[in-house]
Design a binder for this molecule. Sequence first.
Ligand SMILES: [Mg+2]
Length: 228
Amino acid sequence: MIETVLFDLDDTLLDFHRAEKRAITRTMRECGLEPDEERVALYSRINREQWKLLERGLITRDEVLTRRFSLLLEALGAEGDPRAMRAIYERNLSEGHFFMPGALETLDRLSLKYPLYLVSNGTARVQDGRLRSAGILPYFREVFISERMGYVKPQKEYFDCCFAVIGEDRRPGAVIVGDSLTSDIRGGINAGIHTVWYNPEGKPADPDTPAEVTVRALSELEEALERL
Ligand SMILES: [Mg+2]
């Protein structure tokens, strides 16, 4: 029986894709680079690759945050200061938010039944701003931002730090709900907790990272948790 729910933030409750697109478009403009679909997609791809390297422990968070801009500038053959660009981007990203469909209704309903926690690999200052802007902090007993913990999802140590706060006795009845197989579902498996993969785009499953349950919409989540 599920007694505790750990929610991922980006692309699970908040639409990171949309927020990223807006933030990088503004950042390019502020840095004198004309933004277009292709350039935005290029940034997005570079950024994703860097986060995957962090999940695998191959580079540090600080390297991710700056390197994505040095790689972007290099790919565009443009002059610029990656550190300055990073600061502008982080400011833009921390302002505003977009919800995933059904996110607020889901938090409303589930928070009446379970203690909720937030588990995010994002940057602390950026996530603080987005959470404040979205007004969803009151739903959560605790917010675990990896930058403040010294570990990232999917590391087992990340979840050990979470359960040191939540209570070890709650681990058997805990579930992680997230959109990423590599950080959320792999992390849940490493932590020995239940896993729900939120897969709105119907991406193919990965037999090496099997989620216990897959939902296509957040509106399916309440029922799915009852079945676990
Ligand atoms: Mg996510």
